[in-house]
Design a protein around this ligand. Structure first.
Ligand code: IFM
Length: 447
């Protein structure tokens, strides 16, 4: 039987993604910069020039155009724009405006994140997301950004994976500000939701002021993985599963839907303006979490709860599980707004990136299945465009379609960079799969 190519809608966004702190370099007025310089990163790494996107963005957008990517998700950096309280940097705002113009010139759609885990040091020193003024400060910064960049942005992403700084920063204590305090975590939860509402308000107001002809697309990039118990008959493992599923996958977005703060973060109190304050949902999906009783006690990390033995894992040690992608898309479709895949990707340090190629094709095939089943998915941003500063791992984990040449930081395409551009153009064809990911052919089309 003829093997049919797997094709996608014509107006689909095929993008890549980075965040400013991870890729631009020299974010010197930020809490993460300070944290890195305290030796908190693996092997003493610091972000330094990162991928130097601060200077090389014209070259990067030219590459994206050349490879056939028509979207890019990036963030603006609060610490650059407002390095000291109340002092806004014209240089930084102009820089981001030039970045946007360059993208427009190359017909690259813009998904702009306003907060991707990093705070200006002055905000962090005043208590970060626990400070009484934090939402007001965030709103004022967002206002400046929106007033300057509104015409260039296609998708507004108010917060990236808000549960990560919440749990890693205030429960596990491994991200700045390294706290382990449930009362503080509850305050951060509430303030992050309020910050989202504040950003939503600013974007809507600017849109009305400019008489924009269509509603702006506003959402968050939500970290969601496929979660299951290792043994559903084990009541403890089942409870661990329910707990992770709720805390990791559901609670934040369900608050955005209902407008309320549920237990254990609150007692159901309402946040004004929160319910339904989104016009799309961003999905960041990476892996399956098969949860078991922790392998060591006390557990040090999420990885201690994960059962991955004998399964295909990525360079992060997480399990690659494409059917889970379909399942989370089904859950996220329940929010009744269009979905964009704001992140999905695979750590693979090999320049030949066989693992990434397989991962990519298999996940895109599941996304296709979801579209075919009627889910409203309008774009996909591959994490990441380029190798960059991977938080606590420094530069050890490589998630880029493009590698960085040591010393020069020249961009070196991996095979997946070419493959991804070809998929953007023609879909997943049998010829492409035979060339780039032959081990997947039977999974996609049978014998
Ligand atoms: O690099 C991160 C990104 O900043 C947030 N989502 C997960 C990515 C890969 O770990």
């Amino acid at each position: 039987m003829e093997k049919e190519p797997i094709t996608f809608p014509d107006d689909f966004i095929w993008g890549t993604a980075v965040c400013s702190h991870q890729a631009e370099g020299h974010n010197v007025h930020s809490d993460w910069w300070e944290f890195e310089h305290q030796g908190k990163i693996k092997d003493g790494a610091v972000s330094g020039p990162a991928a130097d996107m601060l200077n090389r963005y014209p070259e990067d957008f030219a590459l994206m155009e050349q490879y056939g990517y028509n979207g890019f998700r990036l963030s603006v950096e609060w610490a650059r724009i407002e390095p000291e309280q109340g002092r806004f940097s014209e240089e930084a705002l102009l820089h981001y405006e030039n970045v946007m113009k360059e993208m427009r010139k190359r017909n690259i759609k813009v998904c702009l994140t306003l907060y991707h885990w990093v705070l200006p040091k002055w905000v962090a020193d005043s208590g970060g997301w626990t400070a009484p003024g934090c939402v007001r400060w965030f709103q004022r910064y967002v206002r400046r950004v929106v007033q300057r960049l509104f015409p260039y942005v296609d998708l507004w992403c108010t917060l990236n994976e808000p549960t990560a700084p919440l749990f890693a920063g205030y429960v596990a204590g491994v991200f700045p500000p390294e706290k382990r305090s449930w009362p503080l975590a509850c305050r951060v939860y509430r303030n992050l939701l309020r910050a989202h509402v504040a950003a939503h308000t600013e974007i809507m107001q600017e849109s009305e002021k400019l008489g924009a002809d269509k509603q702006p697309l506003i959402g968050i990039a939500h970290a969601i993985n496929y979660v299951e118990p290792r043994n559903p008959d084990n009541p403890v493992e089942s409870k661990i599963h329910e707990f992770f599923d709720f805390m990791h996958n559901r609670v934040f977005v369900e608050s955005m839907k209902t407008g309320c703060i549920p237990f254990p973060f609150g007692i159901g109190e309402k946040i004004h303006g929160l319910a339904g304050s989104y016009s799309y949902m961003g999905v960041n999906y990476y892996y399956r979490m098969t949860l078991q009783l922790p392998k060591k006690w006390p557990p040090g990390d999420l990885i201690d709860f994960l059962y991955v033995e004998g399964r295909e894992t990525t360079g992060m040690g997480y399990e690659s599980f494409p059917p889970g992608f379909y399942e989370v898309l089904k859950y996220m479709s329940g929010f009744d707004v269009p979905l964009y895949i704001t992140e999905n990707g695979c750590a693979d340090a090999d320049q030949d990136d066989v693992l990434r190629r397989r991962y990519l094709v298999r996940h895109l095939a599941q996304m296709h299945r979801a579209i075919k089943d009627g889910m409203d998915i309008r774009g996909y941003f591959q994490w990441s465009y380029i190798d960059n500063f991977e938080w606590l791992y420094g530069f050890e984990k490589k998630l880029g379609l493009f590698a960085l040449e040591p010393g020069t930081l020249n961009r070196i395409p991996r095979p997946s960079a070419t493959m991804y551009g070809r998929i953007a153009k023609n879909g997943i064809t049998p010829g492409l799969v035979r060339e780039f990911a032959p081990s997947v052919e039977t999974e996609l089309w049978g014998e």
